[in-house]
Write a protein that binds this ligand. Structure first.
Ligand code: ATP
Ligand code: MG
Length: 425
């Protein structure tokens, strides 16, 4: 065990984590920070979440803290709510009964921290730290971390046969940490890649989303070389490596947001919105993410926006909305950096004079048309409003109540005398 003063300070700052560790120890249990949070703290990064491992049984954890949630009690996990934080406390455990390369159905609570660390996937994720900042590292994870080396705890073939998701986690960690995969671990990934078929789409999605927010191109290289890319995107297997790498490169240049990066990737892959939607649904991405990716893809212009007239810009902003347009132009701009500044400047200029963002902003309503122009209620009212929107987008000066009522009267008379035009054909 060794001591690390800097980390000790950072733990102390984390009041809630400190209190939970302390309260468990205070009544005679062992308690350690484990897994990703220790890895991230040793790297000087702020962890996403804090996991504590203890020899206390779940019901004992529940009895020590006043506010708990039985998050995964069957697997030994109780969430403790402390100082507004939620901290996962999990009883030391061993996993049994791996079937079909999936997560185990059964777990056995055990008394040994070392055995708990032994069930973890990679050495860098199998380090424990107590509240004094002492590190417990039976699998030499720290030296692997220093070298950014991804190595399984124990025999990689066995570990991947137990749970195939670990292969993708290994690639995700190598990507996020900009590291290397130790050779026997890598050979086993290549050998067992086809077992990813057993893994749920949701678990694959979670790892993909982390790759997407890091160096996508590097991740893509690992995924292609190991053939694991096919398990994430089974429908896109025909696409050439070069095209994937170009798309990964394009995606990398965008800000770290899943929707814009995913949209850039699909756009560069040259796949259409319908295929994109089905690929995202197949990956069990959230409805909100799918909606957002498709909105960005839809807004990617097919012709050169720098050559458009004011009216074309107005119609474009109106149709797709300011935010999707901005993000779509970022995608296009990052792919053509020499044009990016001009595109964004043009976007701001057009936004500043945009006459209308939605039909609700028209200064006349359907009721006005009915009251003032004696138009009978019905679909014709909606059609007239649409025409007024188009007219304002073409000619922003028309956007006043008087001008639009006059315009509506003209349009209505024209429609009455030639009803076939209503079809919009
Ligand atoms: P992140 O920073 O993205 O949260 P993480 O490594 O903490 O990464 P988690 O899913 O939060 O990932 O898992 C917490 C810890 O649980 C891991 O660090 C690892 O020790 C262990 N673990 C997670 N998934 C597996 C797995 N499939 N097999 C073995 N151990 C795992
Ligand atoms: Mg974590």
């Amino acid at each position: 065990m060794e001591r690390n003063e800097a980390i000790l300070d950072s733990i102390k700052r984390l009041d809630a984590v400190w209190t939970v560790l302390h309260n468990l120890e205070n009544v005679g249990f062992e308690a350690y920070l484990v897994g990703g949070c220790v890895r991230d703290m040793l790297l000087g990064k702020t962890p996403n979440d804090y996991d504590i491992a203890t020899n206390a049984l779940p019901e004992e954890v529940q009895s020590i803290f006043s506010r708990t949630i039985p998050t995964g009690i069957r697997h030994g996990t109780v969430s403790v709510l402390q100082n507004g934080e939620r901290i996962e406390v999990t009883t030391y455990r061993r996993e049994k009964g791996y079937r079909d390369a999936r997560r185990p159905e059964e777990v056995e609570f055990i008394a040994s921290l070392e055995k708990d660390l032994a069930r973890r996937d990679f050495t860098i994720n199998a380090i424990a730290m107590d509240r004094q900042g002492k590190v417990y590292d039976p699998f030499y994870g720290k030296s692997d971390l220093l070298e950014r080396r991804i190595r399984t705890v124990g025999n990689p073939a066995e570990r991947f046969q137990e749970d195939a998701l670990r292969m993708l986690r290994g690639i995700r960690l190598a990507t996020v940490l900009d590291g290397q995969i130790e050779s026997s671990t890598w050979e086993a990934i290549c050998l067992y890649a086809d077992r990813m078929i057993m893994i749920s789409r949701e678990r694959i999605r979670d790892e993909w989303n982390k790759i997407l927010l890091s160096d996508v191109k590097t991740g893509m290289q690992w995924l292609i070389r190991s053939t694991l890319l096919g398990s994430i995107f089974p429908r896109l297997q025909e696409i050439d490596t070069e095209i994937w790498l170009r798309a990964g490169d394009c995606s990398n240049r965008l800000s770290e947001q899943a929707d814009i990066r995913q949209a850039a990737l699909f756009w560069r892959l040259g796949i259409d919105r319908h295929v994109a939607a089905s690929v995202l649904r197949d990956l069990r991405q959230s409805k909100a993410l799918i909606r957002s990716v498709l909105a960005i893809m839809e807004a990617i212009p097919e012709t050169d926006p720098l050559a458009w007239t004011e009216a074309t810009w107005a119609a474009y902003l109106f149709q797709y909305g300011q935010d999707p347009v901005f993000r779509a132009l970022q995608v296009v701009g990052r792919a053509h950096p020499e044009r990016e500044d001009a595109l964004i400047a043009r976007f701001h200029q057009a936004s500043a004079v945009q006459p209308l963002w939605s039909s609700a902003e028209l200064p006349v309503s359907g009721q006005d048309l009915i009251d003032k122009l004696n138009i009978p209620p019905g679909p014709v009212v909606g059609q007239l409003l649409d025409r007024l929107v188009q007219a304002v987008l073409r000619e922003p000066a028309l956007c006043s109540r008087e001008a639009l009522l006059a315009q509506a009267a003209v349009e209505y008379r024209r429609q009455e005398s030639n009803p076939r035009q209503d079809d919009g054909r």
